[in-house]
Design a protein. Structure first.
Length: 261
């Protein structure tokens, strides 16, 4: 059965989209059929997957507003086994439109006919906010991954984020537990990064799984979107790509899933 996972953090610059794109691409390279839903109006995931956002007709926006079907919204990316539902600037006005709908937190769930297409995993790249788009992502999701940057104020706002996840579970009766915490932009040479890692472990203690693989700050990962490719495709031998491949293996092990190559 398809597992839907939202990658979420309301802080920008934490490597959320980079994680969504590269974890998905790494899993696709291991034989998994993966769909990335770009729920961010900035559409950075769309660009990073090699889709020209100004030229696409069907997007998350047209799906949510009933102007296209789920199947029509899915695009094949240049990376084998990797698909996407794209975003563009039109999604920025969706929150106002959706807020007028009855049962607006459930719109994506109603539109996403997960049994129509055989995906192993669906990753949702949520916007860096806790608004209606994020709420829709959480309601439809089976779990949440939280990337946390290894920088000062890394845990700022984390209590609000967890509170939102808990509210979705209790008030909207939709289970979306935190699958794990991913440390990103990590530089083991700095005292700050090590301190942030310790703070994250102390904050979550034994309540959440913290991935052992830490994603380093890496120039090639930053370059890759400008070439319309995930980092693991653009330069699979760079440190950042190798780290995301290891993260994908750890993710599959956590899920009890096999690697198909």
């Amino acid at each position: 059965m398809t597992e839907i996972i939202t990658i979420l953090n309301q802080k920008g610059g934490c490597g959320k989209t980079t994680t969504a794109v590269n974890l998905s691409a790494a899993l696709a390279g291991m034989g998994k059929n993966v769909l990335v839903i770009d729920m961010d109006p900035q559409a950075n995931a769309t660009t990073s997957l090699g889709i020209e956002k100004t030229e696409i007709e069907n997007t998350v926006y047209t799906l949510l507003t009933g102007k296209c079907s789920y199947l029509d919204a899915i695009y094949e990316t240049p990376t084998p086994n990797l698909y996407t539902i794209c975003s563009n600037i039109s999604l920025s006005g969706a929150e106002v439109e959706l807020s007028k709908e009855i049962g607006y937190p459930y719109i994506l769930e109603e539109k996403l006919e997960r049994d129509m297409v055989d995906f192993d995993y669906i990753f949702i790249d949520a916007p860096p906010s806790l608004g209606i788009l994020t709420l829709n992502a959480l309601v439809v999701s089976d779990s949440v991954l939280i990337p946390i940057q290894s920088e000062f104020y890394a845990l700022e706002g984390m209590a609000d984020l967890i509170k939102t996840i808990n509210l979705v579970q209790t008030r909207l009766k939709s289970e979306c537990p935190i699958k794990g915490i991913i440390l990103t932009l990590y530089d083991s040479r700095t005292k700050l990064a090590r301190e942030v890692s310790e703070n994250v472990e102390e904050f979550f203690k034994d309540t959440e799984y913290i991935f052992k693989e830490k994603i380093p700050r890496n120039v090639k990962l930053a370059e890759a979107p400008s070439h319309g490719q995930p980092g693991v495709v653009y330069d699979p031998e760079c440190a950042g790509s190798k780290s995301y491949i290891q993260l994908a293996k750890e993710f599959l092990k956590l899920n009890g899933d096999e690697i198909n190559v």
